[in-house]
Design a protein around this ligand. Structure first.
Ligand code: HDD
Length: 721
């Protein structure tokens, strides 16, 4: 199963591209027209009675233009409003027919077109990409047997166990209702009030406070289907499955301070990064991973497979990499494609089926329902980006903006007039048949006791992190709870954190000048209905599992200099041969080099030759790059030292633990920017001459987090209290 076919060819023209082509409009060398196709003679002046007189109601050109403009906006998504999308293809390595009959997972020759949309959850459409937040990772497969949407996130668990709580969760994290503050941030009272009353969210909170919530790039995120699904083979047999996306570039994150600066410098950082990578031909790639669990093993875990706040640790059930997703084409039009794309967990194809996860079951209602408001009616599936490639035949008719012209006089089933068409399809004819599962029980509002351990996997996650990652998580909690004004909420959170890890709770408490309560008050158990019997859903004893899962730490991720951006600081008088040497090595390794100077435009090297600086220290900051190299050249360096922005550029790169190359005389700038660094350098700071190869090599580590110890006192790993 692990065998890979030869790399997928990059510029596939596929059926979906052809299908979209029919709807595209290109106005080059065309006359301007009204929507009726009438050529417009003056697009600048409305029709008036004399040139200073009133405008005439008759002006159909003006009225059409303004009317259309007045209605250009549609409601943004209630969550995941901010996003970016791209087209691509998916191809399975080897047939998975043992487990599923889905064509796109059984035919290794088939290239299935996909559209992927990445998003943040809480912010509005215009909010920053770098908010601390979960990232949506939604994949639409246009398979030959219909559309399959894998509507996942970059975090494998969720805040809540039952869809019933979703509106409350979202109301809590969104800006507070009285003053609509803050935008795209969870660091506020209502969010933490909700969380402090919701112990089931503690595992998710660990992930959201970790570096996973501030990715370096969409291209460097894992994706997860979250819920347990089913795979169904041609014999109708079922296996449970967890879906994963594994980025070939590895999982990497920025620093929180950096994220906040990026939010000001370039709120479109992730969107731009995805766009540029595809334009440059650096197509982002992920492998589809499956954790397959035989039905017979359903109850062999110490958690419930139906509980969306739990992972199946990769060390328990390995992730088999079964295929590859390549994003190779940017949309032509953001609104038509990325904004109008409608994902739905209920878009499923034969060979895949649902589990009884109560969160998933609620989602099955929500996604279809939301599109009716967002896209204005039941015909949203006819919008080009949402149309399946598989032919559509049914008796659904009419509604707002109907595109299809259905022929014939029958729109009912059964019928004799239309010859009984369209027919139902049996299983052997490719019909979708829901998996036959025996179900028995009383009608009750309840949650299974097997869902009640809220802390073991939160602890597993925390324990599995490297020391810098733990520090980042603690700092994130200090930041978030530091913004909470209500002491009771902070104290309740400390109680919950203490049940994850005593050292963690103590470190957070220190920054809040609070004590961790000795006897954590029993968390308000809002899982229980008002009439439930006292103690009826008392949590199970907490089975603390100290085992580490190395797969959870980003410290164990692949990394390479590929597609990384190096800022080369130069000013008039720089040493061009130094920069040329760096460029050669860097580009050879797949990295990108940009000259950043004290102004944009032409600058002179030491021999008077002109070079183009695309950026200046006044238009960008080092937060927008992966590494900084300060080129040699006495005059150039002296010039840079006069600009506080150049000094801060280098200082930020140091503070954010990036690779730094200091060539020859550039040490003067280093001394100014980072007085604490000695000439011998330190982790990730290379000082000297002819160190280009070493410097480019150092990019492969992504970050030198150990430098953080020089910036402030850090977290010490202590035994649990
Ligand atoms: Fe959701 C959008 C992912 C729980 C209701 N969700 C949405 C998107 C993603 C997710 C990636 C954006 C899709 C796009 O790019 O257009 N949602 C998740 C995951 C969840 C989850 C991984 C838990 C495992 N969601 C969830 C629940 C509900 C919703 C429990 C409601 C009961 N989600 C929605 C929604 C959205 C949505 C309101 C907003 C816009 C849309 O659907 O199309 O229906």
């Amino acid at each position: 199963m692990a065998k890979k076919p030869s790399p997928i060819k990059k510029d596939v023209s596929n059926d979906k591209i052809q299908a979209l082509e029919a709807f595209k409009e290109d106005s080059s060398e065309q006359f301007l027209t009204t929507n009726n196709g009438v050529r417009i003679n003056d697009n600048h002046n409305s029709l008036k009675v004399s040139d200073r007189g009133p405008t005439l109601l008759e002006d159909f050109v003006l009225r059409e233009k303004i009317t259309h403009f007045d209605h250009e906006r549609i409601p943004e998504r209630v969550v995941h409003a901010r996003g970016a999308g791209a087209h691509g293809i998916f191809q399975v390595y080897e047939s998975l027919e043992k487990f599923t009959c889905a064509g796109f997972l059984t035919d290794p020759k088939r290239e299935t077109p996909v559209f992927v949309r990445f998003s943040t959850v809480a912010g509005s459409r215009g909010s920053t990409d770098l908010a601390r937040d979960v990232r949506g990772f939604a994949v639409k497969f246009y398979t030959e047997e219909g559309i399959f949407d894998l509507v996942g996130n970059n975090i494998p668990v969720f805040f809540i166990q039952d869809a019933m709580k979703f509106p409350d969760l979202v109301h809590a994290v969104k800006p507070e209702p009285h003053n609509e503050i803050p935008q795209a941030a969870s660091a506020h009272n209502t969010f933490w009030d909700f969380i402090s009353c919701t112990p089931e969210s503690m595992h998710m909170i660990m992930w959201v406070m970790s570096d996973r919530a501030i990715p370096r790039s969409y291209r460097m995120m894992e994706g997860f289907g979250v819920h347990t699904f089913r795979l169904i083979n041609a014999e109708g047999q079922s296996h449970f499955v967890k879906f994963h996306w594994k980025p070939l570039l590895g999982v990497h994150s920025v620093a929180w301070d950096e994220a906040q600066i990026i939010s000001g410098r370039d709120p479109d950082f992730h969107r731009r990064d995805l766009w540029m990578a595809i334009e440059n031909g650096d197509y982002p790639e992920w492998e589809l991973g499956l954790q397959i669990i035989p039905e017979a093993d359903e109850h062999k875990f110490d958690f419930d497979l139906l509980d969306p706040t739990k992972i199946v640790p990769e060390e328990m059930v390995p992730v088999q990499r079964v295929g590859r997703l390549t994003l190779n084409r940017n949309p032509d039009n953001f609104f038509a494609e990325t904004e109008q794309v409608a994902f739905h967990v209920g878009h499923i194809v034969r060979g895949i089926d649902f589990s009884n996860d109560p969160l998933l079951q609620g989602r099955l209602f929500s996604y279809l329902d939301t599109q009716l408001t967002r896209l204005g009616g039941p015909n949203f599936m006819e919008i080009p980006i949402n149309r399946p490639l598989a032919p559509v035949h049914n008796n659904q008719r009419d509604g707002f903006m109907r595109q299809t012209i259905n022929k014939g006089r029958t729109a009912h089933d059964p019928n004799r007039i239309g010859g009984g068409c369209p027919f139902q399809a049996g299983w052997k004819q490719g019909g979708f048949v829901s998996y036959t599962q025996a179900v028995e029980g009383s009608k009750i509002r309840a949650r299974s006791a097997s869902f009640s351990d809220h802390f073991s996997q939160a602890a597993l996650f925390f324990n599995s992190l490297s020391l810098p990652e733990k520090n980042h998580l603690i700092d994130a909690l200090r930041f978030e709870l530091g913004k909470v004004e209500i002491e009771e909420v902070r104290v309740r959170m400390l109680s919950l954190l203490a049940q994850v890890d005593g050292g963690l709770a103590a470190s957070v408490a220190e920054a809040l000048t609070l004590d961790v309560p000795d006897q954590p008050p029993r968390p308000l158990n809002l899982n229980v209905g008002a009439d439930a019997e006292e103690g009826a859903s008392e949590p199970q004893p907490i089975a603390f599992d100290p085992t580490k899962s190395p797969a959870l730490s980003q410290a164990n991720q692949p990394c390479s200099p590929e597609t990384r951006r190096i800022a080369v600081l130069v000013a008039d008088g720089f040493d061009a041969s130094d920069v040329a040497g760096l460029r050669k090595v860097a580009e050879g390794e797949g990295a990108m080099v940009d000259l950043v100077s004290t102004r944009v435009g032409q600058i002179k090297d030491s021999s008077g030759r002109l070079h183009l600086a695309s950026f200046s220290v006044y238009t960008v900051d080092s937060v927008l790059f992966d590494a900084v190299y300060v080129a040699d050249g006495g005059k150039s360096v002296e010039n840079l030292t006069l600009h506080i922005n150049a000094v801060r550029f280098l200082q930020n790169a140091y503070v954010h633990c990036k690779s730094i190359g200091i060539s020859g005389s550039a040490v003067q700038l280093l001394k100014l920017a980072c007085p604490r660094v000695n000439d011998g350098g330190e982790a990730g700071v290379l000082v000297g001459l002819k160190l280009t190869a070493e410097f480019v090599g150092s990019l492969a580590q992504h970050r030198y987090w150990e430098r953080e110890n020089t910036l402030k006192p850090g977290f010490e790993e202590k035994p649990d209290v």
